[in-house]
Design a binder for this molecule. Sequence first.
Ligand code: NDP
Length: 237
Amino acid sequence: MAFVTGGSRGIGAAVVRRLVGEGADVTFSYASSAQAANALVAELAGAGGRVTAVQVDSADAVALGAAIGETAGHAGRLDVLVNNAGVLERGSVETLGMDAFDRVFAVNVRAVYAGVQAAQRHMGEGASIITVGSIVADRSGFPGASVYSASKGAVQAMTRGFARDLGPRGITVNNVQPGPTETDMNAPEYHDMLSSLIALGRIGKPGEVAAFVAWLAGPDARFITGASLTIDGGYLA
Ligand code: NDP
């Protein structure tokens, strides 16, 4: 049984498709895109997949914990948690206010802690936790990214801490750091400029990030934990 946060669109939807395609039972959350979430459920269920969507705002730690607990309770256990839901607020420290800081940290940091805390209660030997961080934890690249970058830096640090806490129980915890990826978060008008900064000359596809996440959740990655692993086509190279 797998739980994916923010599975209605973008990288999260690709992770849901990938895990369901590999035969997993998947529950995913979304904030407001009920139509996109229902369409994904219909597409995958039509192909024989076992998938459920739940509306849960990750900023509500209690609701997120309850949704994870309920999902794991029905299945009897949880094998995989993917903390994917994330929000981006751009703005210079000269202008971006504390409301934006709190929104970003509530979803990108606090919800990751809440999700892991809820999930680990139902996990045992062989379970995996993967958070979708970002290369901005290592290099901001552009102005206006201090808050978002800080949130992804916190994910790196928490990943190391979680790995130490949960390693003795055989649970791995890793952080996948995509570079610019083709989703709604990354407006098409930036694609050419970003592609010119990437060694492979193009931005990433959600399915490529999903394949990496699925591999980390699989049996060949059991000795990897506490790691922040970049998938960016050479953006940081
Ligand atoms: P999108 O904006 O395309 O999709 C975000 C997903 O997260 C949606 O399913 C959305 O749900 C969900 N979500 C957002 N806020 C909440 C919330 N409060 N509660 C529950 N679900 C929520 O983003 P991406 O697919 O691009 O990003 C996914 C992850 O990848 C994020 O953590 C992001 O920071 C990271 N990332 C993205 C990069 C990129 O270039 N795209 C690069 C590096 C990292 P709904 O549809 O209901 O709004």
